[in-house]
Each structure stands twice: as C-alpha cells, then as structure tokens.
Design a protein around this ligand. Structure first.
Ligand code: HSE
Length: 407
C-alpha cells in the first residue's frame, strides 16, 4: 500500500482522486490511499470525494503517516515550504509545479539527493505528455541539440480560438480559465512566463546544466492583434507561442515568443490546449511529442504515473542538472530567418518604393490602410534589426512591428 498526502484539491487534485478511484481495481497491487488533503477553504469542497480527510491545517497533514507528498497547489508559496519540509523529512514528493522546479530546482533536488528520496515532476511540463521521463531516462544515450515546443495550453487555446473562430481575446481567455487550463493568475500564461519556466526545465534536463528561466528572453501574446491574424492567414500561417532552445558548444540560445507557423510545420496542426515538443538528439534524430498540455485528467495522468513509479520503487533517477553552474543564455541566433514586418505609415506609396530598395527576397502584403507588411527572408535577427532601426528613422514611418516566421 502507498499512502499519499495531497496538497491542493483544485483541477489537478480532483483529477488525481478520480484516477486513483478509476484504477483501484486494475492496479490492485498498488493500493493508493489518500491520508490527507490540504485545501485553503474547506467549505468549497463539501460535495467532493474523500471529504473526511480534507483539512485546512498543514500541521494536521504533516502529523499523519504517509509515504509520498503530492503537491498540486501551484505557485511558489506555500508550495515551496511544504515540498521542502517533506523532502527534509525524507519523504518522496510528486509535484506538477513548474514555478517551483524552475525557481528552486537546485535546492530541492539537492535536498532530495541528500535524503535519498525522489522529487518527481512529470506533470510540470506539457501536462499529460511524458517528456521528463524521456529526457531523464529514455534518451540518456543522446546529446540533445534543440528543443522546440508549444508548451502553454492556455495561449495556444486563445490563439487558436482567435484565429479559427474570430473570438475576442478576453472571451478566449475566459474559456481557457473555465476549462481549467490557465494559471490562477493567467498573466503567467499570456505573458509567456509559464512557457519560459517549462522551457528552462526541459533545457536544463536536455543540456545537463542549468538554464535559468529568468535568463530566457520572453515575449507573450498580448501584443498580437486581429491584423496579425489577417496577415498570418494571407501568408498561409498560424500564430503560435513558440518556445525554442538550442545548444551550440557552450552556448545556449533560448526564447519564448509568438511566431508565424507555416502550414508545412508539424506545429501548424497543434491547436487549442494541445502541446507539442520536438526534440532533436544526436543518436535518435528528431522526436515529436504531442498531446494534451493542460487540464484536469491529462495533468493528473502525469502525476499518477509518477506516483506509480515511486510505489514500485522506481526512484533511482538522480537529477544533477539543476546546478549552481548555469549556462549562459543568448537571445539572438545567427541563423537566417524569415519574418513578417508591419510598418505603419503616412505615405504608403513612398514606403513601398523604399522597401523595394532595402529588402531583397521580400513579399509585399497590402491588406490595410496606413500600413504595409512585408515577408522577408535571408537575414539574421541582428541584420534585420539593424535594417528596422534605419527604417524607423524615415519621416513617414510611424511604427514597426515584427513577427518571426518558422517553417
Ligand atoms: N497554465 C498551464 C498551461 C497549465 O496553460 O499550459 C499547464 O501547465
């Protein structure tokens, strides 16, 4: 029998209890027992299962006998202190908390190592997709070269609804919240921080040294407007929040930003809350992972898998990569890229003449009054930015906006 203490009884906690019940007969040998459930407001959970073990008192939880702490509260406080306390007591911990792993991974994995226990975190990245286990176990024969992913379900849901159904941003966000995809404070989703934390976790595991999430250049989706969608459609593209990291010798290039995704790309068909991660390993080549990246049962599925591993004593993976020795992170790659440039102008005619002189290999998209858009190819980010700086100096140019295109 494995006894667990569950911290948090929201979307993921509820899904976990449902999975435990559902699998009870099938996984007879496992026999998971929930000894305590910690919640903030007990009265909100009156009609839920296991009502008799729900408490608002963390001391009551820690006074009981259990083997595994399952943390699905989310956020740093108070999750951090509970997880640390459990590890220090020599208890295994399973968490879905990307904020915690990205911010305090170094300290928490060290405590786990010192105490000879496991801190498992499959649900922290890409919801139901098994991605931590492949990176820490199955792919250990590889040097991972790059990670590309759509790893925030909320933003992918919002961008999909806006693109496909013409739904307004606020309405799409509300639906993502109602469906349990968004963080308690959805700013973490829409400003790109949630994706940056997940990218930092994946990159740290893949590149075997710490990539700190705050070193990653992040751009969220809040500046994407209806005209961007119109240009995207015209260019046969969708807009996705793409997380990308790449290792070159001792350098890592990592960014999170909205990009145009070409219809040829695998990511083009990754819609709504679905996540996808493409890993490139030197031995295995390219691997594509795709599945539900957020929501009750997909996330609970990952948590459940971690509990089962611990129940069967599969807790021998030691995580060393969240070390003090951080990799330095760069934001601009030297690759030649494609980009959409939107230029707000008082003199369209003059601007088009000027653009023809300044950009080769460019396609003009003329959809709106007072602005011109251009799809350009063959420049590095640095080269393009230099050109945009001089463009902004023209008297008839008001504003310039750029979105990278990924094929
Ligand atoms: N808010 C997160 C997302 C939940 O939308 O992806 C899953 O980590």
């Amino acid at each position: 029998m494995k006894r667990i203490a569950l911290l948090g009884y929201g979307v993921v906690g509820t899904g976990l209890v449902e999975l435990i019940e559902k699998n009870r007969e099938k996984d007879e040998k496992l026999n998971i027992r929930v000894e305590a459930i910690l919640v903030k407001h007990k009265e909100k959970h009156n009609n839920k299962k296991l009502n008799q073990v729900i408490t608002e008192d963390c001391e009551e939880v820690f006074s009981k006998d259990w083997d595994i702490l399952v943390e699905v509260i989310g956020g740093i406080n108070p999750a951090y202190s509970y997880v640390k306390r459990a590890l220090e007591l020599g208890k295994h911990v399973v968490t879905a908390n990307k904020d915690l792993i990205a911010e305090y991974g170094e300290e928490l994995f060290q405590i786990a190592k010192d105490k000879g226990v496991a801190l498992k975190f499959e649900a922290s990245v890409a919801g139901g997709i098994p991605i931590i286990k492949p990176l820490t176990e199955s792919l250990s024969g590889n040097d991972i070269k790059s990670i590309k992913g759509i790893i925030n379900g909320t933003t992918n849901f919002i961008l999909s609804k806006m693109y496909e159904d013409g739904v307004e941003y606020g309405e799409a966000l509300k639906e993502a919240q109602d469906r349990g995809f968004a963080e308690a404070n959805p700013d973490a989703d829409v400003l790109g921080y949630d994706a940056a934390r997940k990218l930092a976790i994946l990159s740290t595991l893949a590149f075997k040294k710490r990539v700190f999430w705050k070193d990653i250049k992040v751009e969220g989706i809040t500046s994407i407007d209806s005209k961007d969608f119109a240009y995207a459609k015209k260019a046969n593209c969708k807009i996705k929040l793409l997380s990308y990291s790449k290792k070159e010798e001792n350098r890592v290039f990592a960014t999170v930003k909205p990009v145009l995704i070409d219809s040829e790309s695998d990511f083009y068909r990754v819609n709504n809350e679905i996540n996808s991660v493409i890993l490139s390993g030197d031995a295995v080549g390219e691997l594509v992972f795709k599945g539900s990246g957020a929501g009750m049962l997909p996330t609970a599925s990952a948590v459940y898998g971690d509990i089962v591993d611990l129940a069967f004593n599969k807790n021998n993976v030691v995580i060393n990569s969240f070390s003090e020795d951080k990799l330095s992170v760069e934001h601009r790659s030297e690759e030649k890229i494609q980009s959409l440039i939107r230029i707000d102008t008082d003199n369209k005619k003059e601007l088009i003449l000027e653009l023809n002189n300044r950009f080769t290999a460019a396609e003009l998209l003329d959809l709106f009054d007072n602005e011109v858009a251009l799809l350009v190819d063959g420049y590095t980010e640095m080269e393009l930015e230099e050109r945009l700086i001089t463009l902004k100096q023209l008297s008839y140019v008001n504003r310039v906006k750029r979105i990278l295109k990924v094929s």
